[in-house]
Ligand binder design. Structure first.
Ligand code: ATP
Length: 429
């Protein structure tokens, strides 16, 4: 039995993953097959609350040796690698619906929960559509045809619930999420910064823990949700060590999810001539304008493929990543990766690859008069040079030198705190 849930939280509180821990607690008579899964879907959907996350959990009768993947109220949570699936019943559905009714944040107009229970995994194309495009609820529901489903309010959360259960990992990472005691929700979190830095340096299979440039603990959310911290990494077993290294307030529960975070699953190869709003693309082109900083601290430059040009923007929250963008010059060949915005029409740059830097020269001195051994004077713009002795020289006879380019060939990414959940950190490349 696969249970998919989405869109139960609000910026004011709650988190769909917390509801997942409650579902696991509720269905303790069943075994967990595989880790619960936390999926990030299209980061460009305008109606997302924060990170467009959805959850899927598989229950059944496990076979083989289980592993510990969490703890809820002092009780170990285990999962099996393999097993036979349980058949969803009306009773299961009723119990799951009751949890959504109890915990979802219905007051927020953006919160539109969705829940599915199905014995059959939906087609994986539903996942790929939801991570890369804007999709509609009805056709998604029709293709998946889950045994039980419920949408609250406009029921948009069904899109995420279905898509999360449809995932077959091509690439994956894990995230260990630790939750706070309920009486602390909404209050400032207590996590020791030095312990996060120490863990970050010691457990090298983890990523996006601490932003040294911005002095920001990226593992700690800033919203009033139940999460204390989330540690992301490539090696599940290392996350246990990482968790124990963090000195913090008490963890009421924790759980390790398998996720598509840091995989670049959202990216499609595109062309500057053919960009679709609300998708995330990777496009090759030539820088076609000098980058310009506009009000708000956003940096804009044009990228052209010879036929068409598009604005690319490195937004202010990308912080020092803008310093890379500022050094681009017309003629540089780069690959830009990012979300296509509709209004203003631009690529929101989330990573860039410098393929080739243009060789650009600048005038360093006027021509020297061979006879007088003095520098000539400019006659006027593009009109050449003349010496007081009467000797003349062309514009091209001035002295030029190559501009020294500091940019490094290869990938460049924003600092840890400004990365998208789905963006593959260079550390993982
Ligand atoms: P998080 O759990 O990280 O806070 P979120 O709160 O930002 O995630 P949701 O509250 O889940 O995001 O809201 C996103 C909504 O968009 C959900 O209803 C989801 O079903 C829907 N959705 C997800 N992907 C797509 C897509 N590709 N096209 C249309 N709707 C989508």
């Amino acid at each position: 039995m696969y249970i998919g849930i989405d869109d139960t939280d609000s910026v004011k509180g709650m988190c769909t993953t917390y509801l997942a821990t409650e579902i696991i607690r509720e269905f303790s008579e069943l075994d967990l097959i595989g880790n619960p899964r936390l999926l990030r879907l299209n980061p460009n959907v305008p109606w997302k609350t924060r990170g467009n996350g959805a959850v899927s959990i598989r229950f059944g009768k496990g076979t083989g040796k289980p592993k510990i993947i969490g703890q809820i109220d002092g009780k170990d949570i285990k999962c099996y690698e393999t097993g036979t699936g349980a058949k969803p019943t009306k009773e299961h559905f009723k119990r799951a619906c009751q949890l959504v009714d109890k915990l979802a944040y219905f007051d927020d107009e953006k919160t539109n929960p969705g829940l599915i229970l199905t014995a059959k995994k939906p087609s994986q194309k539903l996942y790929w559509q939801a991570v890369r495009q804007i999709v509609e609820k009805k056709p998604h529901l029709k293709t998946a045809n889950p045994k039980f489903h419920k949408g609250w309010k406009n029921g948009r959360g069904l899109i995420g619930s279905i898509s999360a259960t449809a995932w077959r990992p091509r690439d994956y990472t894990h995230e260990l999420i630790a939750y706070r005691e309920e009486n602390k929700w909404g209050k400032p979190r207590k996590i020791d910064t030095a312990s996060v830095q120490k863990m970050d340096k010691a457990i090298t299979s983890t990523f996006n823990n601490y932003d040294y440039e911005e002095k920001h603990m990226a593992i700690m959310p800033s919203s009033p949700c139940p999460i204390l911290f989330g540690i992301r990494g490539d090696a599940e077993k290392d996350l246990h060590k990482a968790r124990d290294m963090i000195e913090s307030e008490k963890k009421a529960r924790w759980l390790i999810y398998q996720t598509n975070q840091g995989t670049d699953d959202h990216i499609i190869s595109g062309s500057v001539s053919n960009l679709e709003p609300f998708t995330s693309v990777k496009v090759l082109g030539k820088v076609a304008s000098i980058p310009k900083m506009i009000a708000g601290g956003h940096l804009i430059f044009q990228l052209s493929n010879g036929k068409k040009a598009v604005d690319c923007t490195i937004y202010e929250p990308a912080k020092n990543f803008r310093r890379i963008g500022e050094q681009l010059l017309p003629g540089d060949i780069i690959t830009v990766q990012g979300g296509v915005r509709e209004e203003p029409f631009t690529i929101n740059v989330e990573k860039l690859y410098i393929e080739k830097l243009a060789s650009i020269t600048e005038k360093t001195a006027n021509p020297m008069c061979k006879k007088c051994k003095k520098r000539m004077k400019s006659v006027g713009k593009n009109q050449g040079y003349r010496c007081s002795c009467g000797a003349k020289a062309k514009e091209s006879q001035a002295e030029f030198s190559k501009i020294k380019r500091e940019l490094k060939i290869g990938w460049h990414e924003p600092p840890v705190g400004s990365r998208r959940h789905l963006a593959k950190p260079l550390k993982r490349a």
